[in-house]
Design a protein around this ligand. Structure first.
Ligand code: NAP
Ligand code: MG
Length: 497
């Protein structure tokens, strides 16, 4: 009996296969294209332009011209707010189309495309719309003593940083795009977005909705292409004032160096190797569900994925046994299959990378409790994988970000021991602590080097909550009031009277 329940897939003929520059869909000037695949089947579903420097130049010129136009400079904050609110409504109105397109292109379960790429996205857009009218400076007392008899006062103004080059990854394609576009527009910037080569489709549809909401041509441009060509051209372009990047630490460092050379503003949301910490009082069933959600959500393709599991030694065997059986019981399948619990890796290349990490774990002496291989067939599926017995071993899988459904577990003795183990990583993006003992939790929270610490939850984000990394996980904070630092310059105004 076939237990799959297939939801209808989007019409391929409706997919936008050009990039969006200056309010129009255009091809690359070279005519070159790149293929886009459905990761659940391996089938090619579209071809999009393979943008080169000349195409990026056209997009930046458009964003620059719009930014400098009298209409844009004169637009009242309340008007930007209104347009962003309209855009949020349009994202919801076209939510089912966007969600299906995302599942087709990225492979994630349709439920999560609806909930996050559309639902959370609209929520983010509305939240950022509200900031457009609430950007403020301060008035400051100053102590300048000369010339005699002259007095001074001062104030600060927040001004839009200008043209923003936004470069995003493939794990939450539409949400990551909007995490840059919404605050940038709220602050009065214009944008050139480069989506990931694997997942450009929803960003192209979004660009159309930005125009439909009433933003002028050039406010948001989308260039499709590869990082080394289109992405690098955007980073180097003198017409771009700021790069907002989300992606790997490796690429983030290249971009950061390049931006420093040009004194371009840059914010970097990078990789992670986030610990899930289970204290001795935690109900093992709660710990198993929490640890499974932390690593297997979105197939482990989450920057804050709980990829290192640290369990108090008194609970270790029980929690690991429960997690291994949860992993073994997981049903992999197409994101359109309502009975599937986990979808594919985003690409064949990424699947192969995850499998290489799994093989290195086996070869370097970790104990495999569940999973451990790709699922045969045409899609890019990897079985959820649990490694134990990793204490004291210098394992590649414990150090490096795998970005797949692979967790590495070890026991700990006490709070000092777990703080040391949690911080034994070059990354510092997220961490979760599972306990009802508030004394232990509050003692541990300040010791953990991470941009976000979750207590009895993991991977929870909100537009009002600053988000970013310690150590190699990045520079700067997005969301909340913190985003104003990312998308504005501060101007000091000194007045003599
Ligand atoms: P990636 O390889 O770093 O790529 C991210 C983006 O940068 C892509 O659009 C990519 O283009 C582009 N790029 C690559 N090389 C470039 C260059 N030299 N100059 C300019 N742009 C360049 O990351 P990914 O594999 O797409 O995504 C996974 C990574 O993102 C993980 O490390 C994950 O932790 C991180 N991430 C972080 C956060 C966060 O908020 N901290 C959130 C989500 C993901 P291509 O499409 O051609 O590769
Ligand atoms: Mg890539």
């Amino acid at each position: 009996m076939n237990q799959s329940v297939q939801n209808p897939q989007p019409e391929l003929s409706a997919i936008r296969q050009k990039m969006f520059i200056d309010g129009r869909f255009v091809d690359a000037r070279s005519g070159k294209t790149l293929p886009v695949f459905n990761p659940a089947t391996g089938a090619e579903i579209a071809r999009v332009p393979d943008a080169q420097a000349e195409d990026v130049d056209a997009a930046v010129r458009s964003a620059r011209a719009t930014f400098e136009s009298a209409a844009w400079q004169g637009m009242l904050p309340v008007e930007r707010e209104r347009l962003l609110l309209k855009l949020a409504d349009l994202i919801e109105q076209h939510g089912e189309e966007l969600a299906r397109l995302e599942t087709l292109n990225n492979g994630k379960l349709l439920m999560f495309s609806r909930m996050l790429e559309v639902g959370a996205n609209a929520q983010w857009t509305r939240y950022m719309a509200g900031w457009a009218t609430k950007i403020e400076g301060s008035t400051l007392d100053v102590s300048i003593p000369f010339p005699p008899g002259v007095r001074y006062t001062a104030m600060t103004r927040r001004e839009p940083v200008g043209v923003v080059g936004a470069i995003v990854p493939w794990n939450f394609p539409l949400l990551m795009a909007m995490w840059k576009i919404a605050p940038a527009l709220a602050c009065g910037c214009t944008v050139v977005l480069k989506p990931a080569e694997e997942t450009p489709l929803t960003a192209l549809r979004l660009a159309e909705l930005v125009m439909e909401a009433g933003f002028p041509a050039g406010a948001v441009n989308v260039v499709t292409g590869y990082g080394e060509s289109a992405g690098a051209a955007l980073v180097r372009h003198p017409g771009v004032n700021k790069i907002a990047f989300t992606g790997s630490t490796e690429v983030g460092k290249i971009i950061g160096r390049s931006c420093m050379d040009d004194m371009k503003r840059v914010s970097l949301e990078l990789g992670g190797k986030s610990p899930v910490i289970v204290l001795d009082d935690c109900d093992p069933a709660v710990a198993v569900a929490g640890a499974a959600g932390a690593i297997f959500f979105n197939h482990g393709q989450v920057c804050t994925a709980g990829s290192r599991l640290l369990v108090h030694k008194s609970r270790y065997d029980q929690v690991l046994a429960g997690l291994a059986s949860a992993a073994e019981a997981t049903k992999l399948g197409d994101g359109f299959d309502e009975t599937a619990q986990m979808g594919p890796m985003v690409s064949a290349t990424h699947r192969d990378r995850v499998v290489r990490y799994i093989e290195s774990g086996k070869a370097e002496g970790a104990e495999l409790l569940a999973g451990g291989q790709a699922q045969p067939g045409s899609g890019y599926f990897v079985r959820p994988t649990v490694f134990s017995n990793t204490t004291g071993k210098d394992l590649t899988i414990s150090r490096e970000e795998i970005f797949g459904p692979v967790v590495v577990a070890m026991p700990f003795d006490d709070l000092d021991d777990v703080a040391r183990k949690a911080n034994d990583s070059r990354y510092g993006l997220g961490a979760s602590i599972w306990t009802n003992n508030l004394t232990q939790a509050y003692r541990l929270i300040p010791k953990v080097q991470a941009g976000t610490v979750w207590l009895n939850c993991h991977n929870m984000v909100d537009p009002n909550l600053p988000f970013g990394g310690y150590k190699d996980s990045g520079v700067g904070r997005e969301h909340g009031r913190a985003m104003i630092d990312v998308y504005t310059e501060t101007k000091s105004v000194c007045v003599a009277y």
